[in-house]
Write a new protein. Sequence first.
Length: 190
Amino acid sequence: MSSITSVMAQQYSDSQKLAARARINSKYTIAEVGWFPWVAGKLPLEAGDRILDVGCGPGWFWSATANGLLEALDLTLADLSPGMVEEAAQRCKPLTFRSVQGQQADASVLPFDDGSFDAVIAMHMLYHLPDPAKGIAEMYRVLKPGGFLAVTTNGAGNMRRMYELTTVFGSPPSDPAAAAFGFETAERLM
Ligand SMILES: C[S@@+](CC[C@H](N)C(=O)[O-])C[C@H]1O[C@@H](n2cnc3c(N)ncnc32)[C@H](O)[C@@H]1O
């Protein structure tokens, strides 16, 4: 098990630590368009789609983008952490979706039938899996023919200066998430 997966339970029992990391990103980002709206603009969703968000975290992506999405979407929120599932479902149920379901689930063994979803989304989570290829295969299995899988991850230079600075505390000199499942690995496995 890599160090990034061994600290997972501690990191993700609820959204507090993830929120601290997100604050650093929002404070220092130089992007002109926010991350979540940028991703939403790339998703070829269609009205009536059944969507599975694997590793949904607290559901921030959906609360940031739901107003601009098509109607009649059925959203399933899945995460290894029951605390995250609960928070995401609470956040997303009042939004504009036709239905919202929460499901505690491991991305390596998804508890859904083959061909269940039009869209599967896995944002910044595949680097946590001991075998990301297995997670991708599972996501592909639960997709309907012609559906799409959208995955996001960190680039190799992610927060480079921050990682350099924190080596004084014994931290790795670059982002371990990018080493485990960076752009090149993602492209190859997909
Ligand atoms: C960095 S957060 C990303 C949250 C959300 N996708 C986002 O982009 O805002 C990673 C999430 O993946 C979840 N996760 C980690 N390993 C998982 C696994 N094997 N199966 C499902 N979810 C997992 C964690 O609990 C956490 O909520």
